[in-house]
Design a binder for this molecule. Structure first.
Ligand SMILES: [Zn+2]
Ligand SMILES: [Zn+2]
Length: 274
């Protein structure tokens, strides 16, 4: 059994030339599970060697555009490239409306021309599963995916955990700390967590309290006894242009937490099981 994690997009809201928007993959025996689809994710997916039409499972943490801005393109491209299997999208409440408006409604003119030329509509209307509460979302023979609500910007937001090959991988979109999140991360073999900026930087931003900083990420990793940590969603780099700040924040986390800490970058690949 093989399990590989790929960080497609380590960026955040702004169009950082070195980082596309949030997105990550877990590839289990060739089956791709995609988490978030931020701007640029579909091209990063191609760069990682996976055609959009071969990805059948997408999980959205929340409906902030940095986490799902590429979703319509991802759906349309998979359809255009003749998707073979249905696409299922798991996301918070309003995901169904988001997908319908972002695909069918926004691209009505485009879609009409392609259908008129004989294109099969299969693939245009993903099956959307809106997540209502904490619990298992998908149980398959080789993996299980669970979700838990996280606290972020007073909106419906979820973190996801995948259990496969005896490993637990937790992927967080945006969040602030909570006891429920710590419990969800417990003894994860890999925790992929946002670290939007330093505490000082976030304290100056009107939205800063919605996010994690090196101290809160480190405390979470220690409390949950996670084995390995990947940081991402470096808003601070977007705004300050400081290209060393991600590594400095990772170093700050290492001062709190003894496990491996990786300052994420686009294309980071970790083989978790061969
Ligand atoms: Zn975000
Ligand atoms: Zn957000």
């Amino acid at each position: 059994m093989s399990v590989t994690f790929v960080l497609l997009g380590s960026g955040a809201v702004r169009a950082n030339p070195r980082r596309v928007g949030p997105s990550q993959l877990l590839v289990v025996d060739g089956e791709v599970l995609m988490f978030d689809c931020g701007p640029g994710a579909t091209r990063a997916l191609a760069r990682a060697g996976f055609p959009a039409e071969n990805v059948n499972l997408l999980f959205l943490t929340h409906l902030h555009f940095d986490h799902c801005g590429d979703c319509p393109y991802f759906v349309l491209l998979g359809w255009n490239n003749t998707r073979k299997k249905p696409l299922r999208i798991f996301g918070p409440p309003h995901t169904q409306e988001f997908v319908e408006k972002g695909v069918r409604a926004a691209w009505e003119v485009d879609i009409a021309t392609r259908l008129a030329h004989g294109k099969d509509p299969f693939g245009l209307d993903p099956e959307v599963v809106e997540i209502a509460e904490a619990g298992d979302l998908l149980v398959r023979e080789r993996f299980k995916v669970a979700a838990v609500p996280t606290e972020h910007a007073d909106m419906d937001t979820f973190a996801f955990a995948v259990e496969t090959a005896g490993k637990r991988i937790v992927i967080i979109g945006d969040t602030t700390p909570s006891p429920q999140l710590s419990e969800f991360c417990r003894e994860a073999d890999l925790l992929v967590c946002e670290c939007s900026g330093t505490a000082e930087f976030l304290a100056q931003q009107p939205w800063g309290k919605w996010h994690m900083n090196p101290a809160t990420v480190g405390a979470l990793a220690v409390e949950a006894k996670v084995k390995r940590l990947v940081l991402k969603h470096f808003v601070i780099e977007d705004i300050t242009g400081d290209l060393e700040v991600a590594e400095r924040m990772a170093e700050e986390v290492r001062g709190i937490y003894n496990g491996e800490v990786i300052a994420g970058f686009d294309g980071l690949e970790l083989v978790l099981e061969d």
